[in-house]
Design a protein around this ligand. Structure first.
Ligand code: FE2
Length: 240
């Protein structure tokens, strides 16, 4: 972090936002398999999908991906670049924008668009063609230690996504040496809670409505069964 950024972030900083800043930047420095393009300073770049648009069929159609990635994700990227142009946020990486705007009502547009860019980039990497099945042994051990078994963990992750009221995200996160499940509303991200994301499932309606209409639970079950990228989660836990 350069001196200029440090002083900008420090202006009027509260202890809470300082802690959020510190946790986001610590997590960002850990990499987490995150594409460098998404960590680059402004203008924020829409990272390429890790696979072709039709690669997740039949679980998620190419049509859904074309809107979700090509319109929604791209829209958040376009918005954040418009919102930051000519401002103190113009050359900040996403994580710094997220940390500097979280919990500030007058910066809600910046936070929402920056966090949605980050969350979506992380979501695409949380999926892969021919995913699902069981996690690698080391991650499975962490899950069993944390939840008493794989099935209770899957049940909790599914439930987190299904019960998130309105738009949001279900997350598998690293909390200390344990695996934890949380859900976040709208654009909220575990980065601001000092938790390291391991993988996520987008449960905004735009993620599933063209394929599953109102059957969000079916979408979550299919993603966990056929698409979830356990190797990505292992890498993020640093045991892959
Ligand atoms: Fe989404």
């Amino acid at each position: 972090m350069n001196q200029q950024h440090t002083s900008r972030i420090s202006e009027g900083i509260t202890r809470r936002s300082f802690l959020a800043t510190a946790s986001v930047l610590t997590l960002a420095s850990m990499g987490g398999g995150f594409p460098k393009s998404a960590l680059a300073a402004s203008p924020i770049v829409l990272p390429p999908l890790p696979y072709p648009e039709n690669a997740l069929q039949p679980i998620i159609s190419a049509n859904t991906i074309s809107f979700h990635y090509g319109k929604h994700h791209k829209g958040y990227v376009d918005n954040i670049n418009k919102l930051t142009a000519g401002t103190e946020f113009a050359d900040m990486p996403l994580e710094k924008i997220i940390a500097a705007t979280v919990g500030k009502p007058d910066k809600a547009g910046l936070f929402n668009n920056a966090a949605q860019v980050w969350n979506h980039t992380f979501f695409w990497k949380s999926l892969k063609p021919n995913g699902g099945g069981k996690p690698p042994a080391a991650l499975m051990q962490k899950i069993e230690d944390s939840f008493g078994g794989f099935d209770p963990f899957i049940k909790e992750l599914s439930s987190a996504g299904a019960t998130q009221f309105g738009s949001g995200w279900a997350w598998m996160v690293k909390d200390g040496n344990k695996v934890k499940v949380i859900k976040t509303p709208n654009a909220e991200t575990p980065l601001t809670q000092g938790l390291k994301p391991l993988l996520t499932i987008d449960v905004w309606e735009h993620a599933y409505y063209l394929d599953y209409q109102n059957r969000r639970a079916d979408y979550i079950a299919a993603v966990l069964d056929k698409l979830i990228n356990w190797e990505f989660a292992s890498e993020n836990f640093s045991i892959g």
